[in-house]
Design a protein around this ligand. Sequence first.
Ligand SMILES: Cc1cc2nc3c(=O)[nH]c(=O)nc-3n(C[C@H](O)[C@H](O)[C@H](O)COP(=O)(O)OP(=O)(O)OC[C@H]3O[C@@H](n4cnc5c(N)ncnc54)[C@H](O)[C@@H]3O)c2cc1C
Length: 443
Amino acid sequence: MQFQGKAPFESWGRYPNYDAKIVPLNWQTDFPAVVKQYDGMPSGALAVGMGRSYGDSCLLKDGHLLVATGMNRLLSWDQENGILTAEAGLTLAQLLDFAVPRGYFLPVSPGTKYVTLAGAVANDIHGKNHHVAGTFGSHVTQFELVRSDGTRLHCSPTDNPDWFGATIGGLGLTGVITWIQIKLKPIVSRLIDYEGIQFHGVDEFLALTEQYKHVEYTVSWVDCTSTGKNAARGIFMIGDHSKIPDKLTPSPEPKLVFPIEAPGFALNSMTVSAFNTVFFHKQMKPRVRALQDYEPFFYPLDKVLHWNRMYGKSGLLQFQYAIPWESAREGTIAILNEVAKSGLASFLAVLKAFGDVPSPGMLSFPQPGITLALDFPIKADKSFPLFERLAAMTLDFGGKLYPAKDARMTAAQFQTAYPQWRDFARYKDPLLTSSFWERVTAE
Ligand SMILES: Cc1cc2nc3c(=O)[nH]c(=O)nc-3n(C[C@H](O)[C@H](O)[C@H](O)COP(=O)(O)OP(=O)(O)OC[C@H]3O[C@@H](n4cnc5c(N)ncnc54)[C@H](O)[C@@H]3O)c2cc1C
């Protein structure tokens, strides 16, 4: 088994950047034996997947990172009911390559397919259909959790249900997940019936959200560099799997790789504003309908591998909130204004309404209301103070930040927004921890 002293493992935001010992997990029986083999019991360990979390929830400074992507075998498949059982390191891309030709799709998909099943469970991820389908964890039927004392727990809604709830959205802290079973949804085509609708302002976004609340997928791109009459202009995108039978071939491999580390100045408010104007007017008409392949609909960013390099070596910060309906409109307008006023452009800003399907996880992020996700290049003197203002505003509006995307939330902010964290801590494995957890439980 290979062992490296320095970590090539980065989170997607590439910030913070910590040294760690990399320990591959290739077999379901590797943990906990593999950790003891190196150091006796080390001070801490964390299972990780593809490192698509933006901040430090997939990092452990000076600890052991148990990279579980080698544990990616398909274990069983029920064609009639679409029930798939696979090892926890299987990526959603690998799953789709298997399932789409057999007429099935993910019940919930994030904005990238390069995440593992365990990563999707540990952050109880959401997709464009949260308002009708809930989170990823709502479609997981069972999994195995291995604790550092060697105990193996079979978890489902009826078998060890408390461990099931603690582990979904449990940030990889309750144990190592070895395999997962999930129920997929049937499809008859790769194609998506897509419609893009221009909107101007948060009220138009909210009206469209209400009008299309029964459509399977809804998400909006919003231009948060514009002010005045163009403030919060955007494109409301809706879609559903086409009902007309068509090809069900696997996706081709992506060919484009972002080649170099972009210099820090490549992404500034002028380039972002220009990109946003082009994106907004790419759709010349207020309303466009099309039959679109699922790849550009679900995973437009996956077309360019390692697009995070565009932000240069210092990386990027992502900020994502969920604000409950009571103050969702007011909070969203205030936060978008604050971003526009700061002049710190966000290249990507995604706005979406969360529905009221309850999340199965104790610490799950989604709650009914609005969620907004923004990216900022790291500039300690500018983006950190802006992040602090936005985080404080989020809490004032009764909202919370998403641990999967976070690198800057304070302990007080986490503990206020996730008061259940103390109950959750009873399920935490004594060996497992993350830099995120150490940070947000420090005070
Ligand atoms: C472009 C992009 C778009 C995204 N879009 C969305 C979106 O739409 N919705 C959304 O919710 N998220 C989204 N994300 C975030 C991403 O889905 C999550 O961060 C996901 O958890 C990453 O999975 P991963 O395999 O990369 O795991 P990592 O980031 O490596 O780890 C994530 C968590 O999983 C735990 N973990 C990993 N393997 C195991 C294991 N075997 N046992 C126990 N715990 C384990 C880790 O400890 C950690 O807590 C996006 C990320 C990117 C880069």
